[in-house]
Write a protein that binds this ligand. Sequence first.
Ligand code: NAD
Length: 364
Amino acid sequence: MTGERAFVHETRAARVVFGAGRATGNVVAEIERMRATRAMLIASGSQSALAEGVRAVAPVAMIWSDVAQHVPVEVAERARRAADEAGVDVLVAIGGGSATGLAKAVALTTGIPIIVVPTTYAGSEATDVWGLTENGRKVTGTDPRVLPSSIVYDPQLTASLPRGLAIASGLNALAHCVDSLWAPRADPLNAALATEGARALHAGMRRIARDSSDGPGGEEMLLGSYLAATAFASAGSGLHHKICHVLGGTYGLPHAETHAIVLPYVAAFTLPSAPDAERRLRQAFAADDALAGLQALRREVGAPVALRDHGFRRDDIPEAADIILPVVPASHPRRVTREDVEALLHAAWAGTPVEDPSRGEGRG
Ligand code: NAD
């Protein structure tokens, strides 16, 4: 008997320690488990209270608070020097993808292991993907040294996210799930992770949009963002991530909001050519149609709608298309032309209603 499936699947290994209200104790336990004695805590201002709480009870050599989105190479080099001078033997990133990204940049050249305490849904903690920005271009790569050794999830930490950022970040996680379904290394195993991730994020986001302190909602969000990032790390970057990396790295657009805005345009463009993804997302969203389900969620939670509200200029569209086109995955289920990329960017810039089988969206 011959089947139709042939694939090689890899999922990045991770140790996940999960529990509401347990972040400090669990970080200390992880540092002890690793027999580390000189921790570098990487935490931006919004997480300084938790960092100080850990310092009070753990062997902390230093706290580093200079964290910036998309990891400017100069910041990475300063942090690497500081880690070297302080003889650091474990990096503890407390924060969103930017804090984790800086820890990864240090680990990339030093091999120092990382513990991550995520406070957004960006999911960088579950990937071996690093990113650095130099001279206005974001360079990304994969390396086993940047895959965190432990992830300490505590839903109480994400409860403090401002509502707009919580929703944008949740949609960033959902974008990991959706884009995984047609990314270059998509397979039935990472598709299963992405599908369950999409279900959990859909359920959790509706709850935290109503009440940011909703306990079960916060748990669904973190479980979903872990599954989403694990699926993404396994499947690779699809069209959506290629577009968003250029918008973030070259034009400095905010990460989560950019993903939240671009997602429905990539979905509308791709879903008609990706029936398995359509079926999976339809089920995850408990909707009659995947795109309608995505749009209903975006309306319900008040998703951001236009890149022009976040610093993208219409005049930059042709140049952005120049940079995006060569990196579009050859395996994308639908052929992608320059006109397609420009039209997609224009629609996302303006917040043009996405073609939605149930009704329109955006400000039209
Ligand atoms: P971020 O880490 O930049 O955080 C956004 C803002 O929210 C910051 O000001 C931060 O201090 C604040 N914040 C974070 N958590 C908070 C909380 N609980 N309460 C209040 N404020 C809080 O944003 P992000 O979206 O988490 O991460 C974006 C970065 O992560 C980008 O550079 C992106 O490229 C990277 N990223 C990398 C990967 C990967 O696999 N390598 C995956 C996803 C994102």
